[in-house]
Each structure stands twice: as structure tokens, then as C-alpha cells.
Ligand binder design. Sequence first.
Ligand code: A3P
Length: 284
Amino acid sequence: MSEKATCQRFQYKGCNFLSPIYTIEHLEKLEHFEVRDSDVFAVTYPKSGTMWMQQILSLIYSDDDTPAVQSKSAMERVPWIELPNSNFEVRQSPRLSVTHLPYHLVPKGLKDKQGKVIYVARNPRDVLMSLYYLHNHLSTFETPKSFQDFMEQFVDGRVEFSSWFDHVREWYNHRDEFNFMYITYEEMKKDLRASILKICSFLGKHLDNEKLNTVLELCTFNTMKVNPMANYEKVPKKSNDGAFLRKGTIGDWKTHFTVAQSEMFDRIFQEKMKDFPLSFVWDQ
Ligand code: A3P
């Protein structure tokens, strides 16, 4: 793709950081954070279901305290470790966290199979759409010149957290270094109950039927969209039309990609993911 200059605010060990919320000092420090056995990290490339996992994880661990979980924002319940204010080191166990970091920037202790990693992947055409809308709505990002231009930025990895292709491939290729579970956004969309049970089984948690039904209800798109503790409504936006919980569907890309864009994307996907053993679901 094009050789245009990257638009990162700074790059740290090959990863782009655009938003003013990140600092190199914190990123350096967090590689050495001590990991506990009970730590749980949901790892995602942006727009792959991070908020969804924040909601699911905090509810799985809420025991009988579901109302309390609903009174604290998702970011407070399951913070990003890459944010300088994550308070990671002083939080009580079990620490539930999310991160968009590539595998080589997470705390080194995780690779000693301490803690657990749940990697959530989403088909990159829908990730691209979701990210495009986010760039149009979130105050911290430059508004894309056009969809074509943004698509080129995305496939070149000239976006926050760099290349989707590298993120997914590298995490998956290094999965044996971690206590690792892989799940997809599409799997969660298709059968949320089965997905929550799969997550619980990996975490060694048991939910009785009543609790499972409560978790399911509180984790649907429609419930989260109107829940101010789950929908990030406080984050400053250019406009107020639900940028975070936008559509929540599989295959939204089909209403935006031209045939030429779809063919271009496919060529790049085939080339960059040729050795990747798993497939993606592109359509409902
Ligand atoms: P869309 O923009 O396609 O709607 P992240 O949390 O990683 O930023 O991902 C955001 C994407 O996940 C958005 O996608 C959002 O709507 C979707 N999402 C969040 N919660 C969801 C849920 N409960 N069900 C389905 N999709 C959800």
C-alpha cells in the first residue's frame, strides 16, 4: 500500500499510540508489572468487543453483587492496563483488565503462564468499519478524509495500535507462552450463552442458571446501549450518536465497501494472513 507518513503521536517498540492518554513512561513500567495467578486479561484489537468483555467479565466475577456492578462504569470495573491511571499494581485480586497492546508489550510475567488471557478477535472488515466511525465521532482522533483513505491507513497499520493483521497473528502465534483462550466476536454474537459458558470454563467459574440468565440479559447489545455504566457515554465525542455501541452486527462492511474495495481488501487479507490457521466469519 501507500508510503504515506504514519500519523502516530508516538511509536513505542513498533506500536502506534495516537491518543493523548498514553505515555511512554507508563508503557515502559507496565512491562515489569508483577502478574498474579488470579489476574485476567481480555486482549483485543480496538473495536473487536472490548466493552462487551468488560461487561461479561465483571458480571461473571460479581457473585451476588450484580447491582453494584451496574453502578460503576465499565472502565472502572475492568480498566485498561495501558492507561497511566489504571492503578494496576494496587488493585485487589482478582484483577480484571483489558488491553489493546500487542503481545510483546504486555507485562512479562504473563508469559510465565501467570494470569489468564482471553483473546477476542473480530473480522477485520467490521473492525475497520467500526474504527472508521469511531474516528469520525471521537474528539481525540482526526476525522478521516474519506473511507478509501481510512481503509488504506487501516491496512497499512497507520492507526492506533498499528496493524490488525500483526496483532491477531502475533498473539495467536505466541499463544503457547500464555494461559490462553481464543474467542471471536462473531462466536459471541451467534451464541452468547455458549460463549459465556466457554469463558467461565476457562476461568474456572461456575454460574447457576439464574445468574447466567442475568449475565446474558445485561450483556445484550440493546441492554448495554442504554446502560450509562456500560456504553461509555461520558467519553468526549464530536457528535452524540452512540459511537461506542453503534450497530453491534456482523457484516456491516457490506453496506460500505465497493466491489473494488472488497477485492483490494481480500487481496491484502490473503497475503497477510496466508499462514493463519483460523478462519473468520464475514456475514450473519
Ligand atoms: P460496531 O461499531 O460495529 O457497532 P470495542 O468495545 O472493542 O471498542 O468494540 C466496539 C464494537 O463492539 C462496536 O461495534 C459495538 O457496537 C460492539 N459491541 C459492544 N457491545 C456489544 C454487544 N453486547 N453485542 C454486540 N456488539 C457489541
